[in-house]
Design a protein around this ligand. Structure first.
Ligand code: NDP
Length: 491
């Protein structure tokens, strides 16, 4: 990025203090680097006088006296409703402000995002009582917080125009599009339901966003749209299902009930789902088992997108793992790729003109980059360095080696290496009752409640379930919706 562009983007992140961005740029900040810690270091090392000048450059909350507001500040203050004070509130702000400035020599600064007026006033009353040393540190910290929020807003990129779409309509559009692409009724319904569930729960990267890919895969013959999955064997605690080259949600109609029945009978059972295309989120399968009182673990390998730790060439898949545990109410469910970022999210970032973090991937020459297109052309990186890499390795061995299906690197030798990956899914289902006795679920549920009560902690799965309970339509990106409608309208 040229100096002028850099300053236009970041110059106002610290209010009326472009010198912070100037020093960062002139100090040789790398293209795509995480600027927040660099900016912070510059301010923290600038010395007391420069910091005081920076604090004094901030606008005055009460009445915005004396200092012009940047566009950032106007939006933030209006967002907190500070432009709609009652006369009493305004009088209190003004009076606190006079006292505060007299005591400390700079205006009251607070990161207002997420705070309402009464909370801001309460903090103001508390902080005006602080010692000058304490308040100097607190104000500087708030300045950094404001900068962090502004940087996050810049990284989020421009708003993408969206339209509300009723979930019934999502299902209908998906079913029609899949049918037009060659799927029979059962195959189209299973995939469409999976897509609609993702939209319902706010899993955008596996909702309608995946539909054009599925349709393309059906047309090219990469997914069998007339798949008739079948149980190949069910010896002991194992269930082996052949997906007949169809999409995984289709095979689950056969595979999951067979697996659940075994796990209920034997306490534990494992599924080898072979010859299937897994192009979806993984939580639906573990959650389905969980709704039947079973704990579950699922993993699938896909296509060589991920460079193993230490390597520079794609070799592992993005290899998601999912885990679910029943609690009698909202289940605990986590489900994520072993890559630092799911491929679908990198694609969404590219679509929306956003950069991604540096640890997400490398370009085709093995160089770190935050450009989504360069990463998609190069390699993704595992999360958590060698630890995520080891989990991706485990997934290859479970979902390919152990169940007798293809490894991700073997998918690379298909005729069209950009096509949908054909492979296997490994699922383990365990009955807590069988292993831990009648109390195994209730005790765990009480423990999850204690966990959820920890300040700042949320239990995985809660966000989706909250979104589900809130109901409401899917908010679909307009350009995608047009594409989906065209696919559904094709004769
Ligand atoms: P994320 O990094 O977004 O992590 C999602 C998981 O972490 C969810 O279970 C989520 O719970 C939980 N979580 C997120 N934030 C918090 C938090 N603050 N506290 C507690 N829990 C949290 O996932 P990915 O981007 O890696 O993966 C997205 C999807 O992509 C997954 O569904 C995955 O299966 C899918 N995928 C599929 C592939 C395939 O081959 N089919 C390949 C790769 C990925 P919650 O749901 O409540 O937000």
């Amino acid at each position: 990025m040229k100096r002028q562009e850099f300053l236009a983007r970041y110059g106002a992140v610290y209010e009326h203090s472009q010198w912070v961005a100037e020093r960062a740029y002139d100090g040789g900040i790398g293209n795509g680097a995480d600027v927040a810690p660099v900016f912070r270091r510059i301010v923290d090392r600038a010395g007391h006088d420069a910091q005081l000048t920076l604090l004094r450059a901030h606008p005055d909350l009460a009445g915005r006296l004396g200092t012009a507001l940047t566009a950032h500040s106007t939006a933030e203050q209006e967002g907190a409703g500070l432009n709609a004070c009652s006369p009493e509130e305004f009088a209190e702000f003004s009076s606190l402000n006079e006292t505060y400035k007299e005591r400390f020599g700079f205006p009251f600064i607070i990161a207002v995002k997420g705070l309402d007026r009464p909370t801001i006033l309460k903090r103001f009353r508390q902080r005006v009582e602080g010692t000058p040393e304490e308040e100097f540190g607190t104000a500087l910290n708030e300045v950094h917080k404001i900068a962090g929020l502004r940087l996050a807003a810049l990284a989020a990129g421009p708003e993408v125009p969206r339209e509300p779409v009723d979930l019934g309509e999502v299902l209908r559009l998906a079913e029609r599009a899949l049918t037009n692409a060659g799927a029979d009724a059962a195959n189209a319904a299973a995939v469409a339901q999976n897509i609609a569930a993702a939209e319902r729960d706010g899993s955008e990267s596996h909702g309608l966003f995946r539909l054009p890919g599925y349709c393309n895969g059906l047309r090219k013959g990469e997914v069998n749209g007339k798949a008739v999955p079948s149980v190949v064997s069910a010896a002991g605690a194992s269930v082996v299902v052949d997906g007949d080259g169809g999409a995984a949600p289709v095979a689950y109609a056969v595979a999951l009930p067979a697996l659940a029945q075994k796990a209920e009978e034997l306490g534990v059972a494992a599924l080898a789902l072979r010859n299937t295309v897994h192009f979806a989120a993984m939580w639906p399968e573990v959650e389905w088992l969980c709704e039947r009182g079973l704990a579950a673990f699922a993993a699938t390998a896909n296509y060589p997108y991920l460079a193993p730790f230490g390597g520079t060439r794609p070799f592992f898949g993005t290899n998601p793992i999912a885990f679910a545990y029943p609690t009698g109410s909202t289940p605990v469910v986590f489900d994520f790729a072993t890559s630092a970022m799911a491929r679908g999210d990198i694609m969404l970032a590219g679509r929306d003109g956003r950069q991604v973090g540096e640890a997400v991937g490398i370009d085709r020459y093995g160089e770190p980059t935050s450009d989504p297109a360069a990463i998609l052309d190069g390699a993704q990186l595992p999360f958590g360095a060698h630890k995520g890499s080891a989990i991706a390795l485990m997934v290859e061995l479970l979902a390919a080696g152990l169940i007798g299906d293809v490894f991700s690197d073997e998918n690379a030798i298909r005729a069209d290496p950009t096509g949908l990956p054909l492979g296997g899914v490994f699922i383990l289902a365990i009955s807590p009752r069988a292993l831990g006795g009648a109390e195994a679920i209730a005790r765990s549920a009480a423990w999850v409640e204690r966990l959820a009560a920890e300040p700042g902690v949320r239990v995985p799965g809660q966000r989706r379930h909250k979104k589900r309970a809130a109901g409401g339509p899917a908010m679909v990106e307009r350009a995608l919706l047009e594409k989906v409608r065209a696919l559904a309208d094709e004769a």
